[in-house]
Design a binder for this molecule. Structure first.
Ligand code: SF4
Length: 378
């Protein structure tokens, strides 16, 4: 509730009925007023009209580097999902950056707080801690390195930092696992079982050395003691609801209908699709692969729909298909629209900031330990 001296926040509702042209003009007015103090970051999976308003766009890893490198900016409007904005807050406000800015923090805003990530939500910190405690009754947890995919809450990154672990991205998952195995003989990988499995299979670790921990099972994540004792990588039962939708029959369909087509997928896809693909890689690698391909190349790409459609528009000399007959877009990313962005920016300009992401000091401290390892390991 506001007091007599507080300025009330501007209400979101009226923005929802504005046309895109009007929203774009108003967003530009805030950008002009704040100049380099404002940075709008956007993930590749965002809608086109949102991407058009971003100063920089990238995948989770690239965006975290951009936030880490920011110099002039004091405000980041993050057009992505919640865990990405948390990571930006931690990296942009790490101790050496605060010293450079004489203690002034970069404020990070997520235009719609409901923009979460279904994968990140599949691993809650209390579930991870419970699993770790159960493992500790059976195995030596000093000999397990926890590895969390960047698509996870800051609380998980903090857990990993406190327990000698590392954050990985889809581009450095192999390097992160190599790093982990140089320290311990086992790894616990969360929250994406597919990225963990696809990466470990490429390191000659077999499927039977990778039990899956189900946080809803009664005991030991649904595993036997022998299974866990024989494990090399304990995978968490989480997945991306977008990449989980791609199926082997989609690969067969495109190969049948389009001879010579190449299948290019993200490693969050299930093993059977990943192994059938001609090429795979992070969002950044998918973009670079298409950029480097000659005219006339034919692709069926297994990743988020908005990105594939943008690649189609940007490379009309190539034949690009979405690797599924059904729509697979990231519904939570899609929550960020021009109305929410404009509302966030105008509140910021009016001195009534909304939707600020502020990771608490202790969580940020340990998350940073794990994130800095991620930035070093490539
Ligand atoms: S595409 Fe999947 S992993 Fe990425 S933000 Fe959306 S739900 Fe999360």
């Amino acid at each position: 509730m506001s007091t007599a001296t507080e300025i009330p926040q501007i209400d979101l509702q009226p923005y929802k009925s504005l046309e895109n042209g009007a929203l774009e003009t108003r967003i530009q007015a805030v950008r002009d007023a704040l100049g380099p103090r404002l940075l709008i970051l956007g993930h590749h999976y965002q809608q086109d009209e949102v991407v058009a308003q971003c100063d920089l766009r990238g995948d989770s890893y690239q965006l975290s580097q951009m936030a880490a490198d920011s110099t002039d900016c004091r405000h980041i409007a993050f057009c992505g999902v919640h865990f990405m904005a948390e990571t930006a807050d931690i990296l942009a406000n790490r101790p050496e950056k605060l010293v450079e800015r004489k203690g002034e923090r970069v404020q990070v805003y997520l235009p719609d707080m409901a923009a979460g990530c279904s994968m990140a939500d599949m691993a809650a910190i209390d579930q991870i801690e419970d699993a770790w405690d159960q493992l500790g009754e059976l195995l030596d947890t000093e000999d397990i390195t926890p590895v969390t995919y960047i698509n996870s809450a800051a609380t998980l990154k903090s857990f990993v930092g406190r327990h000698g672990g590392i954050v990985c991205t889809s581009s450095n998952a192999r390097a992160a696992l190599d790093w982990a195995f140089s320290r311990t003989s086992r790894v616990m990988f969360f929250p994406d079982q597919h990225l963990g499995r696809n990466t470990a299979l490429g390191m000659d670790i077999t499927e039977d050395q990778m039990p899956v921990w189900d946080p809803y099972a009664d005991d030991l994540g649904g595993n036997s003691e022998q299974g866990l004792q024989a494990s090399k990588v304990i995978l968490w039962k989480g997945h991306c609801s977008v990449h989980q939708m791609f199926k082997p029959e989609h690969v067969a369909l495109f190969r049948d209908k389009h001879p010579g087509i190449q299948i290019l997928v993200h490693p969050e896809c299930p093993r059977d699709v990943f192994e059938l693909a001609d090429e795979s890689g992070s969002t950044g690698k998918i973009i670079k692969t298409v950029e480097a391909a000659p005219a006339g190349s034919k692709w069926a790409i297994g990743t988020e729909l908005h990105l594939v459609n943008r690649l189609k528009q940007e490379h009309p000399d190539q034949e690009i298909h979405f690797l599924s007959p059904v729509v697979c877009m990231c519904a939570t990313m899609y929550r960020i629209d021009l109305a929410h962005l404009c509302w966030t920016l105008e509140n910021l300009a009016a001195g009534t900031p909304v939707n600020r992401i502020d990771v608490n000091e202790e969580t940020a401290k340990w998350s940073l330990v794990a994130l800095e390892r991620m930035l070093e390991v490539r």
